[in-house]
Design a protein around this ligand. Structure first.
Ligand code: F6P
Length: 361
């Protein structure tokens, strides 16, 4: 191996820059590899649009959210939109990417991404390209790793919002709903809900009933607590009912903008609860921005260095992973398409229930 290409694909999240920095520094210092970064994810690979990365160009980016390489959502070179004879057509242009890598002498592609981006990485691996994946997403829904980078920073943002909602909820005796991201997994809602002391946590893995939520609000009022905080994950849904934006989450590239379950829930509860005002907040893309938490800086740095070690060992077609606190790796084939959801019998669910949190069951 002489030269590595890095790209960041899909939605951005805190920690991307920390991984770029760690891969670049470790690759140069430990193995003398050259490093380039493709711009705008796979699109840069297709257009052969890249920058050279070295210790100087990655200096000062450890804490910064976003990605210095930019990103693009839904750019799949195996089904890519191009213009032909004045028409927009979709076709497999992955060979162009492979050619571009060859032309630049890039031996290995390090791909920082979630399920969609890593699916393409797996497909490049199947074509014989040397690929290493790094598990990125605030949603924490990738299998074979205990945690993805970006998740912890997003949870911090949600907890901060919950702290703020608490004071205003208490002042006005209101019910405050906070809609959070996570797609079809409730990790953000669950972790932040516990750390931010929510009264109700609604996640896709446990369908809720309005009756149970209303009962919880009433019980709190009777105990002299006439305010409540509800965290609802964007993929949560009512038991066999109408209240869901699940279809939107599945089908739309932009569920939050089209959202959201929080608003629907607020209206439904308002029809049933007369003694408290209800307000809904959609935290949206704030959860992906800002500075990277200390935990994610450390995790991303470990992932970056581990990715370089995998390259040195020639373990291509794999993803760096954290399992039981140890850095390891998993085959991309085993990771793709699994959508790791919250185990409803897990310790964290038990912890939340022990503290009186309702899941709206
Ligand atoms: O996967 C990360 C995520 O932020 C999800 O939590 C959310 O549903 C989605 O991306 C939003 O996507 P976009 O950036 O296209 O609005």
């Amino acid at each position: 191996v002489k030269k590595i290409g890095i790209l960041t694909g899909g939605g951005d999240c805190p920690g991307l820059n920390a991984v770029i920095r760690a891969v670049t520094k470790a690759a140069i210092a430990n193995y003398g590899y050259e490093v380039i970064g493709y711009k705008f994810g796979y699109r840069g690979l297709y257009n052969n649009d890249f920058i050279k990365l070295d210790a100087r160009s990655v200096s000062g980016i450890l804490h910064k959210g976003g990605t210095i390489l930019y990103s693009s959502n839904k750019d799949n070179l195996f089904d890519y939109q191009v213009e032909e004879n004045g028409q927009c057509v979709k076709k497999d242009v992955s060979d162009v990417a492979v050619e571009n890598m060859k032309k630049e002498g890039v031996d290995v592609l390090v791909v920082l991404g979630g399920d969609g981006t890593l699916t393409s990485a797996r497909d490049f691996a199947r074509k014989g390209v040397n690929v290493i994946g790094v598990p990125k997403t605030i949603d924490n829904d990738l299998s074979k790793t205990d945690v993805t980078f970006g998740f912890n920073s997003a949870v911090d943002v949600v907890v901060d919002a919950l702290d703020k909602l608490h004071t205003t909820a208490e002042s006005h005796h209101r019910i405050m709903i906070l809609e959070v991201m996570g797609r079809n997994a409730g990790w953000i809602a669950l972790h932040a809900g516990i750390a931010g002391s929510a009264d109700v946590i609604l996640i896709p893995e446990i369908p809720f009933s309005l009756d149970a939520i209303v009962a919880k609000m009433n019980e709190r009022s009777q105990r002299g607590l006439p305010f409540s905080i509800i965290v609802v994950s964007e993929g949560a849904m009512e038991k066999g009912g109408e209240l869901t934006v699940q279809k939107i989450v599945n089908d739309s590239p932009d569920p939050v903008r089209l959202g959201g379950i929080g608003n629907k829930l607020a209206l439904a509860l308002e029809a049933r609860i007369s003694d408290h005002e209800i307000r809904n907040t959609v935290l949206g893309h704030l959860q992906r921005g800002g500075i990277t938490s200390a935990y994610d800086r450390l995790l991303s740095t470990r992932y970056g260095v581990a990715a370089v070690e995998l390259i040195a060992q020639g373990k291509f077609g794999s993803m760096v992973a954290l399992q039981d606190g140890k850095m390891t790796d998993a085959s991309l084939e085993a990771v793709i398409g699994k959508n790791k959801q919250v185990d409803v019998d897990s310790e964290l669910i038990h912890v939340a229930k022990s503290l009186g949190v309702s899941f709206g069951e």
